[in-house]
Design a protein around this ligand. Structure first.
Ligand SMILES: [Fe+2]
Length: 205
C-alpha cells in the first residue's frame, strides 16, 4: 500500500482535548516519578507516552477510517504519543511488526513546518506531508521506512501514532501488542515485542 494523506479526519476539538491530556500526563509524571521518563537522545526533551487511555480511545475512534482504507478488519496493537520539542529528530527507520498499519496524526502544531515522509513500494517517490491539526499520514510502519526532514525547529508539536494489525493476518498475535487489555503499560506487552526491539537495537536501526 502506498502511504496516504487523509485530511481533517479528527476534529480540532478532539485534538485540543487530547493535547491537554498529554500535557497533564507529562506534568503528573514529572511531579510523581521523573525518573520514569525514558529519554531517547534524538528526541531531546520530548515527552513520550505509550498507550495512555486517551490515545487507546483515539485508536478505537479512528479504526473504522483505516479499515475502510485498507479493506481489512483491524485491531489496535499500540498507541504512542509524543510532544516534540526543539531539536528533536526522527531518523529513517522501520517500526516493529505491531505496526502493520500505522496512522500518524497531528494533534497540535505551531507555524513551523516539519515534513513527515514515508516510503511506499516505490522507494524513489516517498510521500511527504507537513500535517496540519487533524490530518493523518497512513502507511505501513513495519514494511516501509519513514522519517522527518531535518531537526524540529518550532517550539512544540504534539503527534500521536496509532498502530493496527490485521485480525486475520500473520501479525494477529500482536493484537494489543500482546497485552491482555488496552491501556495496560509497556510491561504487559508480548515477549515477542521485547525480542524484536532487541533485534532492532542489535541491527542499529
Ligand atoms: Fe516509526
Amino acid at each position: 500500500m502506498n502511504p496516504v494523506i487523509l485530511y481533517k479526519q479528527v476534529s480540532e476539538e478532539l485534538c485540543k482535548f487530547i493535547s491537554a491530556e498529554m500535557r497533564i500526563m507529562e506534568g503528573v509524571i514529572q511531579e510523581l516519578d521523573p525518573q520514569s521518563i525514558r529519554q531517547e537522545p534524538e528526541f531531546g526533551d520530548s515527552y513520550n507516552a505509550y498507550c495512555p487511555p486517551c490515545l487507546e480511545a483515539l485508536s478505537l475512534t479512528v479504526k473504522p477510517i483505516i479499515e475502510q482504507l485498507v479493506d481489512k478488519e483491524l485491531a489496535p496493537s499500540y498507541s504512542y504519543g509524543r510532544i516534540y520539542r526543539p531539536g528533536a529528530r526522527l531518523n529513517k527507520h522501520f517500526d516493529r511488526r505491531s505496526s502493520e498499519f500505522s496512522a500518524s496524526i497531528c494533534l497540535e502544531k505551531g507555524n513551523t513546518p516539519w515534513f513527515l515522509c514515508a516510503e511506499g513500494p516505490d522507494s524513489q517517490n516517498p510521500v511527504c506531508a507537513d500535517l496540519d491539526v487533524g490530518d493523518m499520514l497512513v502507511y505501513s510502519g513495519a514494511k516501509f521506512k519513514h522519517w522527518r526532514e531535518g531537526p524540529y525547529e518550532g517550539d512544540e508539536q504534539i503527534q500521536v501514532f496509532i498502530q493496527y494489525v490485521d485480525v486475520n493476518g500473520k501479525n494477529a498475535d500482536l493484537i494489543y501488542d500482546g497485552r491482555p487489555k488496552l491501556g495496560l503499560p509497556f510491561g504487559y506487552k508480548s515477549s515477542f515485542v521485547e525480542k524484536e526491539l532487541k533485534d532492532q537495537l542489535d541491527l542499529g536501526s
